[in-house]
Design a protein around this ligand. Structure first.
Ligand code: ATP
Ligand code: ZN
Length: 213
């Protein structure tokens, strides 16, 4: 049986286009029919799995996928047994703390004793510990930016790209907690055959990057 490197990418969303483009520019011939779960490249020993981005670190840890493309924010939040192999320069955003615009935010200490709504509890925990601040963390999975307005939290920590969502919800960005971009993560143990395919793929990705610059 021929060895295939299984690559997990986002099924739909802000990482999907960049992920597919990267693989295609690297010379992989892959079809991306809307409802497929997986597809095999026609000219390279690779199988692509289409998944929700949040699930990818677990699939890689479980070795259902060998590598995956996720936001660095998701990699950092999930804390799975994954290696960060390469930063990819797309889907750039930041994870920031924001508070209602009327608040006189004076620094991280402002957060002491407050309640923070976020989808990234582990990253927020780490940030607070680093700054010796104790605050409550309220984990919600979506529409985090409405939490202060409905009285659910005093502050939020969420993904920001342009800041327009914050603005329309009456919030101001006060701390950048982390910068993020798409990254390749890999299982810590790959067979020599799979590692060889990965090395070949990484070589091609590097070549594409050089050609672009
Ligand atoms: P899924 O349905 O797969 O769970 P999702 O809704 O969690 O998708 P997306 O909104 O598609 O996720 O975002 C995926 C990743 O893209 C984020 O984790 C982040 O790394 C990055 N991202 C999010 N928002 C932006 C943005 N506005 N600009 C650039 N990159 C972003
Ligand atoms: Zn997601």
């Amino acid at each position: 049986m021929n060895t295939l490197l299984r690559i997990a990418i986002q099924k739909s969303g802000r990482l999907q286009e960049g992920s597919l483009e990267l693989l295609k520019e690297s010379g992989l011939s892959i079809s991306n029919g809307k409802d497929q779960l997986k597809t095999q490249a026609r000219n390279f020993p690779v199988e692509v799995l289409f998944l929700r981005d949040d699930d990818i670190p677990q699939y890689v840890e479980d070795q259902v996928a060998d590598i995956g493309i996720v936001g660095e924010n998701v990699f950092a939040e999930k804390k799975k047994d994954n290696r960060l192999i390469k930063r990819l320069d797309f889907s750039k955003c930041r994870l920031s703390m924001a508070v209602p615009r009327g608040e006189n935010y004076t620094g991280v200490q402002w957060l002491q004793g407050k309640n923070i709504a976020t989808s990234y509890p582990n990253i927020v925990k780490g940030f607070l510990a680093k700054h010796n601040v104790e605050a409550g963390i309220h984990e919600i999975s979506g529409s985090v930016e409405i939490a202060p307005g409905i009285g659910l939290a005093d502050a939020i920590c969420d993904i920001v790209s342009t800041g327009s969502t914050l603005l329309s919800n009456g919030l101001q960005e006060v701390e950048i907690v982390m910068q993020s971009e798409a990254v390749i993560i890999a299982s810590p143990t790959l067979s020599p055959e799979k590692q060889k395919i990965l090395d070949k793929l990484l070589f091609r990705i590097e070549a594409v990057k050089k050609a672009k610059n």
